[in-house]
Design a protein around this ligand. Sequence first.
Ligand code: NDP
Length: 280
Amino acid sequence: MFKNLQHTTTLHNGVKMPWLGLGVFKVKEGPELVNAVKFAIKQGYRSIDTAAIYENEAGVGQAIKEAMEETGLSREELFITSKVWNSDLGYESAIAAYETSLNKLGLDYLDLYLIHWPVEDKYKDAWRALETLYKEGKVKAIGVSNFQVHHLEDLLKDAEIKPMINQVEYHPRLTQLDVKPFCEKNGIQLEAWSPLMQGQLLDHPTLVELSKKYNKAVSQIIIRWDLQNGVVTIPKSTNEQRIVENANIFDFELSNEDMELINSLNQNLRVGPDPDNFDF
Ligand code: NDP
């Protein structure tokens, strides 16, 4: 079913998005960032996930440009995501933030633009801005991040366009038992951030057992579990060996039984902020 790094899921508006991409959270501008993104693209990654708040869009853009020059890939073959930060969630400010992100990235469109966090009383204005950008053809797909079911229900009451994506924290300790089925029912593709729980799951005994059984790294077991659960995923690494490792998941399949075993590790445990209780 999942063939390789270029394999895509089709969002509800027909846009195709790779199942697996590269995250760059906490990676500072500089050679480590540029080299990692460039290396990943050369290894076959097509999807890169950044955000205004990561303050690394310029480096991501430089890496994209250099990778395209060096590989001959066209812009259309890549899938670039960024996110509007909380301080820009007004209508005009979100539109301006999109332009700023584009300029920093050196691109003339994004494949996906997300509302980064569901700031109460603000995300609806920002959503109207994203709808405008989408209707004007400036962005291929729009979505949200860190939206709980009640945020989505509230947004959908007024939305003209349904989000194509909800990017949330998702890993074996947090399987999003209510958000996931809600998104599936509504045709909103779920996307996992911190799929590796920022490294905290790599010595989990059950996952280590599965790692031995399948002769795969724990990170590979988790990333494969994401895909088999129908969840797009964007593990972060700047290490070349791990960038390769995280993508080497297309030559095995977890059994239904082992999928259930991993699903059963859920404890509703977060490594990041709680979307119902954050103060930024
Ligand atoms: P991840 O769960 O992807 O974990 C990244 C950590 O795991 C890094 O320390 C990395 O180190 C390490 N790692 C990666 N691969 C391996 C491997 N194969 N073996 C061992 N260690 C490994 O965490 P992130 O929080 O970075 O999440 C992924 C992406 O999701 C982000 O980069 C960002 O793009 C997005 N995100 C979105 C959020 C949102 O609010 N929408 C919030 C947080 C993240 P090293 O680099 O040294 O390999």
